[in-house]
Design a protein around this ligand. Structure first.
Ligand code: 7TS
Length: 415
């Protein structure tokens, strides 16, 4: 067994996040909405500032010093992101606006070429709308059918049912790697193995996993992996699609325009090589470079140490919340194959009211359907309160959450 990862130096880490050092409603901010978006360390803010202050320029075209530097930093960021998820080649990482754009890119560029009338696509009942609606749109365009792998009451994928769902017309499996509602971590490697045995490619929605656990795209052997920069300490408006080189080589681009062509004639064009073929137009240069700095930051802390820290906080939160009368935590009740996304309901109190009362205490959570309406229906709830953790959260903040929820419950019991 390898040695456990070192404990995080929370004081030092928190000092790296200027936004955390503020008061909200005259209380210290307790930021527990990391599944929606994460906060930005000074290293990333400084990287963006340096870009705009010293070498803001368009890439892959200028002959001048600024453009050459911007191009070099942009491509270095691609290598950093590729290294972070252990892609075999940097050009297997396509910068996108985020997970949503990455999934849509595959649904269009890959889906339109491979999915036909009568085919089916396997999804699960756990999916975020971003890994559901693009497939509905594809199915409508092509006359295909979506089929959903069932889940257990705590949100575990039924692997036996999954294995039985493959047929001769199954073209793709698209599945989340970590639920943004229940924190369930899906058995991605096993999911891919079973799909591979059936000759079917797999897209992993890694929006919630890449920020919080080691994701090795080669070990997982996934064909497509989508994630967002803003959930992994990076800027908004930047994310990535990892795809195996052979797929990217074979796929047509989604966006036509500058930078993605080799030659353009009046009536036809030929495409540039990878990765430019999929990055038509001026990309989010600053965002990509900022994302490179963000994954560097996470790597310096150590992703296994981040996971261990969040596991400890999750255990504490599960124990404290389950101890409260009338509070029901959804999803797995321990940290086995579970991340720090904790959805719960409070008897007799609407989740939005819990969220509003917590906000008055300076505690930021999300309440609602979390862009997973089919999952909500499956769980038999209209909405939940959701607290989601990251590397800068402290045990003290988990305590503040539990106290805040207890206060909210008591307030509604009295009124
Ligand atoms: N997939 C999952 C599992 C997600 O959690 C999200 C965002 C997305 C896809 C879409 O990512 P985007 O960056 O393209 O928007 N999830 C959430 C959330 O849970 N609350 O706000 C955004």
């Amino acid at each position: 067994m390898s040695a456990p990862p070192p404990a995080l130096d929370l004081t030092a880490i928190r000092a790296d996040f200027p936004v955390l050092c503020q008061r909200v409603h005259d209380r210290p901010l307790v930021y527990l909405d990391n599944a929606a978006t994460s906060q930005t360390p000074s290293a990333v803010i400084d990287t963006l500032r340096t870009y705009y202050e010293t070498y803001n320029a368009n890439i892959h075209r200028g002959l001048h010093v600024l453009s050459e530097r911007a191009t070099a930093e942009y491509e270095a960021a691609r290598r950093r992101v590729a290294g972070f998820v252990n892609a075999a080649h940097a050009h297997e990482v396509i910068f996108t606006r985020g997970t949503t754009e990455a999934v849509n890119l595959v649904a269009r560029s890959w889906g339109d070429a491979h999915v036909n009338a009568g085919d089916d696509i396997l999804l699960t009942e756990l999916e975020h709308h971003s890994n559901l609606v693009p497939w509905q749109m594809l199915a409508k365009r092509r006359g295909a059918t979506l089929r959903y792998v069932p889940i257990s009451p705590e949100g575990r994928i039924d692997l036996e049912a999954y294995a039985r769902m493959f047929g001769p017309r199954t073209r793709l499996v698209a599945v989340t790697h970590m639920s943004n509602v229940l924190g369930v971590i899906t058995p991605a490697a096993r999911i891919v193995q079973i799909a591979r045995a059936n000759g079917v490619p797999v897209l992993l929605d890694a929006a919630q996993s890449v920020p919080h656990l080691a994701v090795d795209v080669q070990a997982l052997d996934a064909d497509f992996v989508a994630f967002s920069g803003h959930k992994v300490l990076g800027p908004t408006g930047i994310g990535a699609l990892y795809a195996k080189e052979a797929w990217l080589e074979a796929m047509d681009p989604l966006f036509g325009g500058g930078s993605m062509i080799r030659t353009v004639e009046l009536h036809e064009s030929s495409w540039a090589g990878l990765p430019e073929k999929f990055e038509g137009g001026t990309p989010n240069i600053a965002g990509a470079i900022g994302l490179g700095a963000a994954v560097d930051y996470v790597q310096n802390v150590g992703i296994d140490a981040v996971t261990a820290h969040e596991d400890a906080l999750t255990e504490r939160a599960l124990a404290m919340l389950s101890d409260l009368d009338g509070v029901r935590v959804l999803g797995p009740q321990d940290t086995t194959d579970r991340g720090g996304v904790i959805s719960f309901t409070v008897d007799g109190v609407h989740p939005h009211d819990v969220g509003t009362l917590l906000d008055a205490d300076g505690i930021a959570v999300r309440a609602g359907h979390h862009c997973a309406q089919p999952l909500m229906r499956k769980l038999g709830v209209a909405a939940t309160v959701r607290a989601s953790l990251y590397l800068y959260n402290s045990p003290h903040e988990v305590d503040a959450l539990a106290e805040g929820v207890a206060r909210a419950k008591a307030f509604f019991d009295e009124h």
